[in-house]
Design a protein around this ligand. Sequence first.
Ligand code: FE2
Ligand code: FE2
Length: 475
Amino acid sequence: MSTIDYQEKIPNNVNLKEDRTLQRALERWQPSYLDWWQDMGPDGSTNFDVYLRTAVSVDPQGWAQFGHVKMPDYRWGIFLNPAEQDRKIHFGDHLGEAAWQDVPGEYRANLRRIIVTQGDTEPASVEQQRHLGLTAPSQYDLRNLFQVNVEEGRHLWAMVYLLHKYFGKDGREEGEALLERRSGQTDNPRILEAFNEETPDWLSFFMFTYFTDRDGKFQLCALAESSFDPLARTTKFMLTEEAHHMFVGESGISRVIQRTCQAMNELKTDDPAKLRAAGVIDLPTIQRYLNFHFSVTIDLFGADESSNAATFYTTGLKGRFEEGKRTDDHQLRNDSYRVLELRDGQLREKEVPMLNALNEVLRDDYITDSKSGVERWNKVIEKAGIPFRLNVPHKAFHRNIGALKGVKVNPQGQVISDNEWNARNHEWLPSESDRAFVASLMGRVVEPGKFANWIAPPVMGINRQPVNFEYVRFN
Ligand SMILES: [Fe+2]
Ligand SMILES: [Fe+2]
């Protein structure tokens, strides 16, 4: 079951050939997908041989195989984690009942919406990142970008499989629509706001893979708890791929910081102008990028109070992060949670029913997880002996959804006047000139083992290959 059949036109471990109708429907979608990839996938890279990993099995050990592949020939397919015998629903109103192998009629619309919303983010990020290959700081980084891109493509396959298999005609139409929306387009944009922002440079890319792919992790973790078993199994496998995306972000930022600290020590300065003149990214600029990506990403969890979130939980569609590890009653009818609101000009806590606050619960879990990597970045700065620390901003900072939408708050969480916001927001968020400076550093480095001046090499290569391995053959 867990071995993937690569003889088939669509590699899969779901016995696709037993279901001719589904197989035909997916084989009809496949050329549209490839057209989308040609149109919106990584710019100018069709002919490159890229050292990519491909899933050969969904077992935790040895699921990946590495080799040089042209990206349009990547074997995108459908991989589910093996079924858990007699899996039971473990939260919500159906607690204790058998997990669903099919979609219950009454939950069809909500499940479809959840799957479409998740599915939409996958091609969106490929579209956001499509020009980055032209300015990669090294072959190693270029290869990582492409790995992330092909796997986001595969995540789209994962969601489209569910839509085709379980949602009939509506599902097939949604599958087409997923290839028609475009990140940042005004008339047919991607569903969620953060996925319509540009990823214009590599500092943004690393922040995106650290922060926004981590949102992906938390959403997938919540869906991996779902009572709808096929959704749980497919998201569990997606999570193993997601881990690499976050690694790319965390190690990427860490290497940027390392290089900056090295220049600070060599030049004995913390003056951003001098550091910029030396071609590295000053730490305050890194902080502003962090503030931007963190705040835009935490909006993705939705409104702090949400009756939809309550419905998704009580009906068993979407659990909490690590639902299975929690020791409460998994129904939460008698529980409350604290959310923030603006009252009398101050941020104040208010107690609301936990079920309505589940977006906030997931956001808070996310924030805790995000902070740990930021602490690891701070260790790099500390080790260099530099008295500067990066911080995640207060969760009310620069928000655009829920009760905190538009509230003017500084990164420390103090409510400020519009005037102060207007006068100071360039200290907290990347300004046009910050972005222009970062853009000015972006030049393509193609020689194996060479790295752009603004980023340190990684400690290790991919799959135990040397750092100067030929990760991409340009042909
Ligand atoms: Fe993804
Ligand atoms: Fe991802």
